[in-house]
Structure formats: structure tokens, C-alpha cells
Design a protein around this ligand. Structure first.
Ligand code: MOS
Length: 741
């Protein structure tokens, strides 16, 4: 970590709870009379159920009900999108919509065909094994490669059709590159399984413990589904064992459990199993991309054309910003992008860490490396020659961009000068050594959020927001923000979060939470500070006549900055004014100032790899990730975010691939033994660097997000290093041994 960080690194406020079992995740909650749900999945990928035998299951010990499309209780809002996202699916004919347990139609392998409820989890599991179905089976279409030509332009802002300059510039460029890149299906698979615990406390009163990245979003989705006032729905998700995007919407099985809980009249818990995590909570879509790139002999980009085609479900279009980065990353006069979807017999994808950009950056940043090699230019030098000083897509300035410094610091840290431009030129024993680098970028947002802060006369501070912490250390960062405004010691600050009884917050995602909720915390704490200053500076007050700007608040003492002897303790000030608490709630959002700028976080990843040419094994032996994400609010948790991004990036680059046997439309490696995520043995010591320069536009902290940029681009850095080591250009992830031998 840099020595010049403004903020001191502090430990996670929830660290002790998490490692001692004191943190309660949704499935840790148990309610009196609670029963258990187990899902039965379809054994075909496309067709219809012709018969369902649930008699045996119904008669099994402890069974309270078996629910299928024949007896599923109605969901009043069924005809509205069940997703709960404002940008939900475009309308499709009723028979093309997937509404869990509402018809015999099968859209994907593993689609729930029954929900079995029993008094224990074991009994529900056993009874579920007794449900038998017969089907009218059709051939499932699951292979995107075979159906790329069927791509359709989706509706929605992320659609991706864009062009500037001349469409045919590529044809006449002096140096050209055309290449196809493939991202396989990847799955989030956080350690904590997905599910819900639903408890109707009244006819129109609902308590939910869920695995969601947004308690307010779940509250709204359920309000819509059950046509009740959101105020009467209480959602709690304080701790989450990883999300990575799978909790960015409410899934149909959650809604179904809530409906069944009402019918049965008992609290119901559902925890899906590991194989269901591959089909029921989204995935990163299989995507094929083509890049056509042209440059002149001096290494100036002439044109880039970027086309992406991704799979989606037959019943819902999922879109993401796959081609976004190409529009503005480099100063290139002629750019066109195209984005298509192919509807397959698959469950619907969802955003997964670095959504869209992680896929797009693999193509663009691999292509940049390929082009640099053709031009005989260092890959960093090539990027610098095409550095975009302002955003060429929107013709406006960046709110902040320190990418040059990021390239430099990362290059220094990895020892870039040790890289040999010619592939196959470094060997140590059996291993070929190579270096690679790549850029990442992701939008920096300023969403609306609210927060409450309460300063008590004993000097302690409580900060409240409904926001869920999916793992990055949100509570810790909010603590730092409050500490920086009010000077209250870290150990006297308590952050309460993850519950709809607290002030509204957006869903945690899009690397946007510190900007959104952090700003609200900043504003609420600033309002407290103003109240204190008013008390102290009013007539007869200890600092009478002083202006707010002259005063500083440190360790519970308000003083005049230039005359430190003039001071008053906050607790004394509150006591003399008969105040036990100062309580401020603030809404915070961006305005016209932010809209004048393009706001992005940037990252640079550097890796050293060793490749064994005999076995094809690729090891990442060094990794350096640099983040240009504004002011770093909480250095320690920020570094952890980046380390997590590198670990995820190594998995994406080398091992992660959910494979479908297209004869059956079914996953063959839907478990964590065969779907390999990077573990300690795969991950070297990682150096993380933060530029830590405040963004002057985005929010009062100057902080941009970093969750997504920690991953975006990393896989390209590995592929580029593998090329440098071996001369083999791998354009389809993951880079398994067979592809480099
Ligand atoms: Mo992230 S894919 O916005 O959870």
C-alpha cells in the first residue's frame, strides 16, 4: 500500500464477527414452526411436462405439501415482471414468459418443476427424490456457436449499436487485425448458497431474510408480486457470503417460496444446492466477439470495430455493456460497435463481476496486444500513443483520469523492463516466462441514497443505511467516511446496515455504493457538524462569532483551526444545550455538475506467467493491479477488493468454464470440484497499488468505485503474458493446457 495514503488502513469492522461465527447470514436465521423447501428440477432442456407423479412424495414422512404447476398458489402480481428490476424484460407473449410453476412448459434444464415442503430439510430432500415426471421432449438449443447468425438487436440502453467516423476505415488502414474472442459461461458461485427465509407475520405483513444485494429492491419486487405496500415488507440481509452479481435481482424461486409460505401458514426456508447455483441464479453469458482493428505505421489507431453476440434465455433478454469500453477507451477516429443476443434454451444470465466490460475488455485488450506486436511496439507505448485525454464517445472531459501514472507505477512494480518483446525468449528450467498487461475501465456512478447519523452526548456515533454489504467492506468504508467528517474515533462509530427499517439505499452493485451511500453518510455527518458549529458559534456560545469554515472537529473537540486554544468539547456543548443526541438524515444524489463529465474508474493489470511447454500448465507467478479510482476511503478493504479481483481474474483466465453437453442441454461440471475457481495454490502474492487522487467531480469524498475494475481486463493480461511466454495466442477462455501445448 502506498505510504502517502490520506486515510489510515483500518481493520474490517465486521471481521471478528465473520471469523468467529458471530455474523448471521440469511440461512442462519431460524424461526419457530419453520419448514423447509427443496426444488425438483426438470430433466429436459426443452419441451413440456406430460405427467407429474407427486403421490409418493406427498405421503412421505414430514411432508407438508408438494407444489407444481397444477396446484401452485396464485401470485397476484404474476403478470408484472417478476424480476424486480426497473429495466426488466421486454414483454413477450404470455406463453413465452417463464413464471415458475405456472405452466408445464420447460425453458431450460434444471427449471423447477416442483417445490417440496417438509418439516425438516432432510425429509424435504428425500420427498423431492420421489417426484416423477414424464415429458414431451424437444431438442434443446444451447450451443451459441451454432446459432450466432440468429443474433437479434435487443431493446434497451445497453444495446451497443454505435458508430463514429467512417465505417469502412478498417479496410484501408496500413496495418490491420481481425480476430474472434470467446468467453465461456462463467458462474458466480459465491461460497454462500442462494435462498430465502419467508415469514408472513400477517395477511399483508411479510418478513424476509434473503440473499440479496439490495434489501430495498427485494422489498419492492415482493410488494409488486404480492400487491402489498412495501412498508409492510421487512427485508434483512446484513451479511452476505459473496454476491458477484447473482443477488442483483429477485429470482422466481424466491417469489414462489413466499407464495407457498402464505399458503402453508408457516415460515419457509429455501437454500438451493450447489448444482442449482449454476442454473437458477444467473451466470456470465457465453459471448463471441469479433474485433477488427486498423492502425497506421506510427501506431496510431485508425479504426476499431467491435461486434459481440451473447446468449440469453428464450423467455427473457439479458443485456450488458460488453462493447462499451471500445467506444471511448482509445483516441480513435473511426469506431463502430454492435451487440446481439441469441435466445437459447438456457436459464437467463445476470451481471457478473465487471459485467459486460470484463467480457469486452478481454477482446479489446487482447487485440491491443496483438496489434502492438504487429507494429513492433511495446504494448504500453501503443496504448499511450492512443491515450484518450477526453472522452471521444461523448465529447466531454473525464471527471478524473490518471491512467498514465497507473501504467507507470504498475510497470515499475512488475519489472516491465525485464520483458522481452519477442515471444519465447525467456526460459527458466522447464518454464517459459512471459509478461503481459491490460487496461480495465468501468463507469463511476453517483446514485441516489439516504443515510442517518446520530451523535450522542457520550461522543459515540451511529450511522444507518439499508445497504447490504456483499463482502467488500462497505461498513468499514462508511465508518472511515464518518470518522473523516466528524473526527469521532473509529471505535466509537457503529454502522448499522442491511435492513429495510434503515434509510433507503440502492442495491449494492456497479461499484457504486461508496459513491452513493458514502455521500449520504458524508452529508448526514456534515449536517451534524454544522449543528455543532451553530451551537458553538451562536451568541454566548464558547466560540461566538466564528464562521463554520474556521472550525475543525477532531477527537470530540471543536476548535478554531488557527487558534487551537479556542476550543470546546462536543459532549460539553451538547450538555450545556440539553441535547442527548443530534440526529440527521440526508438524501444525496448527483446533479447537473456530474452530468457534464464522463466518470470512470480505471485499472491496469500486470502479470508474469510461467508456462510449461511439456504439460501446457500456465502459472501466474506475479500479479500487480493498479487502481485509479479516486480517493481511497478505506485502504485495507480496497486492497482486499483488488486482491479478490485478481483471484477471480486468474480463475477467469485459466480455469473457469461451465460446460454444457449440448446433446442434453445440461451442465456437466456443475459442482466446485469440476468448475475450478482459483484457490490459494493458483494465486501468487499480489501487489495492489492505488493512485489515490480524489476525483473533484463525483462526490464529496472524491471516491470512485473499484469492485469491477479489480477484475476487468485481468484475463487479457494473462492471455497477453501467455503469448509473450509461448508465442501462442489464445483467444478463447479459459487458457487450458491443451490450448498452449
Ligand atoms: Mo456487481 S456484477 O454489480 O454485483
Amino acid at each position: 500500500m502506498s505510504k502517502d495514503l490520506k486515510n489510515p488502513p483500518i481493520d474490517r469492522i465486521d471481521g471478528r464477527l465473520k471469523v468467529t461465527g458471530g455474523a448471521n447470514y440469511f440461512a442462519d436465521f431460524n424461526l419457530p414452526g419453520m419448514a423447509y423447501c427443496v426444488l425438483v428440477g426438470s430433466e429436459i432442456g426443452r419441451g413440456t411436462i406430460t405427467s407429474l407423479d407427486t403421490k409418493k412424495a406427498q405421503g412421505a414422512p414430514g411432508v407438508l405439501g408438494v407444489f407444481t404447476h397444477q396446484n401452485m398458489p396464485p401470485i397476484p402480481g404474476w403478470n408484472a415482471p417478476v424480476g424486480g428490476e426497473a429495466d426488466g424484460p421486454p414483454p413477450r407473449p404470455r406463453e413465452e414468459q417463464y413464471r415458475i410453476l405456472s405452466s408445464p412448459k420447460i425453458f431450460f434444464d434444471g427449471q423447477p418443476i416442483a417445490i417440496v415442503v417438509a418439516d425438516t430439510f432432510e425429509r424435504a430432500t428425500y420427498a423431492a427424490s420421489l417426484v416423477k415426471a414424464t415429458y414431451n421432449k424437444q431438442t434443446a438449443r444451447t450451443d451459441l456457436q451454432k446459432h450466432v447468425a440468429e443474433g437479434i438487436a435487443p431493446k434497451g440502453a445497453e444495446g451497443g449499436n454505435y458508430s463514429r467516423g467512417k465505417a469502412d476505415a478498417y479496410q484501408t488502414a496500413p496495418v490491420t487485425l481481425e480476430a474472434n474472442y470467446i468467453i465461456p459461461i462463467e458462474v458466480h458461485n459465491p461460497m454462500e448458497l442462494h435462498g430465502i427465509l419467508a415469514h408472513w407475520t400477517g395477511d399483508k405483513q411479510l418478513m424476509i431474510y434473503a440473499k440479496t444485494q439490495g434489501v430495498n429492491a427485494t422489498q419492492n419486487a415482493m410488494a409488486q408480486a404480492f400487491k402489498i405496500d412495501p412498508k409492510n415488507i421487512h427485508v434483512h440481509t446484513e451479511f452476505m457470503g459473496g454476491g458477484f452479481g447473482m443477488g442483483l435481482r429477485t429470482w422466481p424461486q424466491e417469489t414462489a417460496v413466499v407464495a407457498i409460505a402464505k399458503k402453508i401458514g408457516r415460515p419457509l426456508k429455501l437454500v438451493v444446492n450447489r448444482s442449482q447455483m449454476f442454473t437458477l441464479v444467473g451466470h456470465r453469458p457465453y459471448t463471441v466477439q469479433t474485433i477488427q482493428m486498423g492502425a497506421d505505421k506510427d501506431g496510431k489507431l485508425v479504426s476499431i470495430a467491435h461486434a459481440a453476440t451473447a446468449e440469453t434465455a428464450r423467455y427473457e433478454d439479458f443485456t450488458e455493456a460488453t462493447v462499451n469500453m471500445t467506444k471511448f477507451m482509445y483516441a480513435c477516429p473511426n469506431v463502430s460497435t454492435r451487440y446481439r443476443l441469441v435466445r437459447l434454451d438456457r436459464s437467463v444470465p445476470i451481471w457478473m463481476r465487471g459485467p459486460g466490460e470484463a467480457t469486452g475488455a478481454f477482446a479489446l485488450e487482447s487485440a491491443m496486444d496483438e496489434m502492438a506486436h504487429k507494429l513492433n511496439l511495446d504494448p504500453i507505448e501503443f496504448r499511450l500513443r492512443n491515450y484518450s485525454e477526453t472522452d471521444p464517445e461523448h465529447n466531454r472531459p473525464y471527471s478524473s483520469k490518471h491512467l498514465r501514472e497507473a501504467y507507470q507505477r504498475g510497470a515499475d512494480a512488475i519489472g516491465w523492463t525485464n520483458r522481452k518483446a519477442q515471444p519465447l525468449s525467456q526460459r527458466e528450467g522447464d518454464w517459459q516466462i512471459g509478461y503481459g498487461m491490460s487496461t480495465g475501465v468501468f463507469s463511476a456512478f453517483r446514485w441516489e441514497a439516504s443515510a442517518r447519523a446520530l451523535l450522542k452526548a457520550d461522543g459515540s456515533l451511529t450511522v444507518q443505511s439499508a445497504v447490504t454489504d456483499i463482502g467488500p467492506g462497505t461498513g468499514t468504508a462508511l465508518t472511515m467516511i464518518a470518522h473523516n467528517v466528524l473526527g469521532v474515533p473509529i471505535n466509537r462509530i457503529k454502522v448499522e446496515y442491511g435492513d429495510t427499517s434503515l434509510p433507503k439505499a440502492p442495491t449494492q452493485g456497479g461499484s457504486a455504493i461508496i459513491s452513493a451511500v458514502g455521500s449520504a453518510v458524508f452529508d448526514a455527518c456534515t449536517a451534524i457538524k454544522q449543528a455543532l458549529v451553530e451551537l458553538a458559534s451562536k451568541d454566548g456560545g464558547p466560540l461566538a462569532g466564528r464562521q463554520a469554515e474556521e472550525l475543525t472537529l477532531t477527537d470530540g473537540v471543536l476548535s478554531v483551526e488557527k487558534e487551537p486554544a479556542k476550543k470546546v468539547a462536543v459532549n460539553e456543548l451538547m450538555r450545556t444545550n440539553n441535547l442527548t443526541v443530534i440526529d440527521k438524515t440526508k438524501d444525496s444524489k448527483g446533479g447537473p455538475e456530474q452530468a457534464k463529465y464522463s466518470m470512470y474508474s480505471f485499472s491496469v493489470h500486470f502479470v508474469q506467467v510461467r508456462v510449461n511447454p511439456l504439460t501446457g500448465v500456465v502459472r501466474v507467478t506475479k500479479a500487480v493491479s493498479v487502481a485509479d479510482s479516486g480517493r481511497i476511503v478505506s485502504p485495507k478493504t480496497a486492497a482486499s477488493q483488488m486482491i479478490g479481483g485478481v483471484a477471480g481474474g486468474i480463475g477467469m483466465a485459466l480455469t473457469e468454464e461451465a460446460l454444457i453437453d449440448h446433446r442434453f442441454g445440461r451442465f456437466v461440471n456443475n459442482n466446485l470440484a469440476d468448475y475450478h475457481v482459483a484457490v490459494n495454490a493458483d494465486v501468487p502474492a499480489i501487489e495492489t497499488i492505488t493512485i489515490d487522487k480524489p476525483d473533484p467531480i463525483i462526490n464529496p469524498m472524491g471516491a470512485k468505485g473499484m469492485g469491477e475494475i479489480a477484475l476487468i481486463g485481468f484475463a487479457a493480461a494473462v492471455a497477453n503474458a501467455v503469448f509473450n511466454a509461448t508465442g501462442q495466442r489464445v483467444r478463447d477462455l479459459p487458457i487450458t493446457p491443451d490450448k498452449v501445448m
